[in-house]
Design a protein around this ligand. Structure first.
Ligand code: G3P
Length: 218
């Protein structure tokens, strides 16, 4: 399962670059920076990580979206153009995939939307687990349906679990068989930090220092 960092904070990306396969951004995380800086931030991210970097279009109409998608795709060879799961987004996905531009269909909240993304040649489709949970449904159940459909139908589009809020989402996505997951730095930290690992290290360090002392005595 590919692991992406969800965000545009350069310190987070540099810190975690050895643990991740790429980065996903969205207009909300980029809006923390001036719009004139978005391109250079994305360029910087592409220079830090070797894998795909998703950048989303802001246009909503097909022609504008296609123009923006093509422009974004030229920023760097790692760019994956993020498009919404809308009628215009699916059409744009089809056009960009004909051009050979990698795409990530975002804001996916149903198996039917994921299926259309695959039919339109998306590279990734991003089911939003946390936001579907917030709306009173189960994000992981939707993910399970999508992964099963993609396996039965032999779709090539990769399923990228997004809007990940906790370790249950991470473990659930891995068990279900998602191809990729994107998580914020806070959740990634929970993947490697464990209180028993920290406590175990303290015990080992203490025992080792005692052993050193006893060796010096002899
Ligand atoms: O990048 C898209 C997605 O992962 C956003 O997550 O937490 O804002 O629902 P969230």
């Amino acid at each position: 399962m590919e692991i992406f960092l969800d965000g545009a904070d350069l310190d987070d990306i540099v810190r975690h670059k050895d643990l991740i396969d790429g980065v996903t951004t969205n207009p909300s995380v980029l809006s923390r920076h001036k719009s004139s800086e978005h391109r250079s931030i994305i360029e910087e991210i592409c220079s830090i990580v070797t894998g795909p970097v998703s950048m989303e279009v802001n246009s909503e109409k097909y022609a504008d979206m296609l123009e923006e998608g093509r422009r974004i795709s030229k920023i760097h060879s790692s760019i994956c153009v993020k498009l919404p799961c809308t009628f215009d987004g699916f059409r744009c996905c089809r056009a960009l995939s004909v051009d050979g531009v990698p795409t990530n269909l975002t804001l996916c909240f149903s198996a039917a939307q994921a299926m259309l993304a695959a039919k339109c040649g998306a590279t990734y489709v991003s089911p939003f687990l946390g936001r579907l949970d917030d709306a009173g449904h189960s994000g992981l159940s939707m993910l399970e349906e999508i992964v099963e459909i993609f396996s039965v139908q032999d779709y090539e589009t990769k399923v990228l679990a997004a809007s990940v809020r906790n370790l249950q989402h991470v473990i659930g996505a891995a068990i279900i068989g998602a191809d990729a997951i994107t998580m914020p730095a806070t959740v990634l930290k929970q993947c490697f930090d464990h209180p028993l690992t920290a406590a175990g290290l303290e015990i080992f360090a203490r025992d080792y220092s005692l052993c050193d002392t006893s060796q010096t005595r002899h």
